[in-house]
Write a new protein. Structure first.
Length: 456
């Protein structure tokens, strides 16, 4: 944990609890929504610019967020959003392959990208003087990305190697993916972000061009600018480089939601592992979700630290599992609160599952203690505030809230809800979500060693 951050935490509090927005205004024909520390400007071409200057910051983070995630894909081209995560660095009209990254690094900055089920984010953190360079680079690849057969094949090779590396590295990740495929059997959330292996080979240059045209348009993008910069300078740079980009038709089609789950779903598979793995998840509603703060606290109560409930029930005594961990994924069309346990060699897998499920669903039957709630609240509160200490961290908070909740203020509103939660609030949220009908169970049984015949 970081030390010496009392002043920074106070600043983060000030930045995340701003007043209500002043309402829409116009600036040279551009729509503007402002609060004391954040401005949302919509350029003439439909691109949104979220400006959050911070006089205490030492760098500026510029990120472009596109509605181009797994949910926007179709069967046969799964993983194309992640493929573009690589293709976007292959060069554009005025910059060669990987020159985008080299120029950012030459300024002392960093550049990277990631893809989620709902969006893709391309971000760079640079000294304040490099802001206009970043706008120029981003404008060039939005307006003139080089999509060539050679670039496509080169990036396919890289993605194949990345997928192979991930598969070799993490049985836990593959187990969680099977859980998602079970919980979202008819929805793209059930596909891995990297796509199905057979689809990578099928993706053509025509598929890439069509996907780029449909989703990488200025009117389908939000640009966050956070940290050490002047808002007036940023607006002028945006007008120069980003506003001339021509808006395009954007595909607004989204798949129907996953049907409501009315009974527990189960799956069993085998992998070359030394011990059985259990993944147990509960479907959660899509964003914006009023109980997301409560669900986040439940996760901490269950798995955060040696005093957490599942740690005590499954690992420290009497030991049934080697480890237990969990996560809360919350997306626009749903998500999962899930847990992953590695059973002890020779453990009774039915007893492991029963202990894990009972401990989780007990939150519906019994209120948590004030002490448990306060400990989890402190952990979550500090994690949120420490996460916003950097320009990149605060950009992540504002941008993801805007993409998932439709409002950059949702991040600070969640923090306010977190601080007001009571044991009754957690129990009410658990009664909505942690129910047997919403439960999904995946067992991964080992194909080697004594455990191959044991367990269930």
């Amino acid at each position: 944990m970081k030390t010496g951050v009392i002043v920074s935490v106070a600043l983060a509090l000030a930045l995340t609890t701003g007043a209500s927005p002043a309402g829409p205004a116009t600036a040279g024909g551009r729509d503007v929504v402002a609060s004391p520390d954040v401005q949302l400007v919509t350029l003439r071409n439909g691109m949104r610019l979220l400006l959050a200057p911070d006089s205490s910051a030492t760098a500026v983070d510029i990120a472009v967020w596109y509605r181009a995630g797994t949910v926007h894909e179709r069967a046969g081209i799964t993983g194309i959003s992640h493929l573009f995560e690589h293709m976007m660095f292959r060069g554009s009209a005025h910059f060669g392959p990987q020159e985008h990254s080299r120029l950012i690094q030459a300024e002392g900055g960093t550049a990277n990208a990631y893809t989620t089920p709902d969006y893709a984010c391309y971000h760079q953190t640079v000294p304040a003087g490099a802001l206009e360079l970043v706008f120029r680079l981003e404008a060039d690849r939005i307006g003139s990305l080089k999509l060539t057969p050679e670039n496509l094949e080169a990036e396919k090779r890289i993605v194949r190697e990345e997928t192979r590396w991930r598969a070799e590295l993490g049985a836990g990740g593959r187990t969680v993916q099977r859980l998602y495929a079970l919980a979202y059997a008819s929805h793209p959330y059930g596909w891995p972000v990297t796509g199905l292996e057979q689809d990578l080979e099928r993706i053509t240059l025509a598929d890439c061009q069509a996907y780029f045209d449909d989703h990488y348009a200025p009117n389908n993008a939000t640009v966050t600018v956070v940290g050490a910069f002047d808002a007036g300078v940023a607006l002028r740079a945006a007008k120069r480089w980003l506003e001339p980009l021509k808006r395009r038709r954007v595909s607004a089609e989204l798949p129907p939601p996953e049907p409501a789950q009315t009974a527990e779903r189960r799956a069993v598979a085998s992998l070359d592992l030394p011990v059985p793995l259990l993944a147990a998840g509960w479907r959660v509603p899509g964003r914006p979700e009023p109980d997301d703060a409560a669900l986040g606290l439940m996760l901490r109560i269950l798995v955060s630290g040696p005093a957490s409930r599942l740690q005590r029930a499954l690992v420290t005594g009497p030991p049934q599992c080697l480890s237990v961990q969990g996560a809360f994924d919350s997306w626009r069309a749903g998500g999962l609160l899930y847990f992953l346990a590695a059973a002890q060699p020779g453990a009774d897998s039915a007893a492991v599952e029963r202990a894990l499920v009972d401990e989780v669903e007990k939150l519906d039957r019994e209120p948590v203690s004030d002490e448990e709630l306060e400990r989890a609240r402190r952990q979550e509160d500090l994690a949120v505030l420490f996460g916003r200490q950097t320009a990149r961290g605060r950009a992540e908070s504002l941008g993801s809230a805007f993409m998932l909740d439709g409002d950059w203020r949702a991040a600070s509103q969640r923090l306010e809800r977190l601080r007001a939660l009571t044991p009754a609030d957690l129990q009410r949220a658990a009664a909505r979500v942690l129910v047997p009908a919403g439960r999904d169970i995946v067992w991964i049984l080992p194909t080697r060693g004594a455990n191959a015949q044991g367990g269930r």
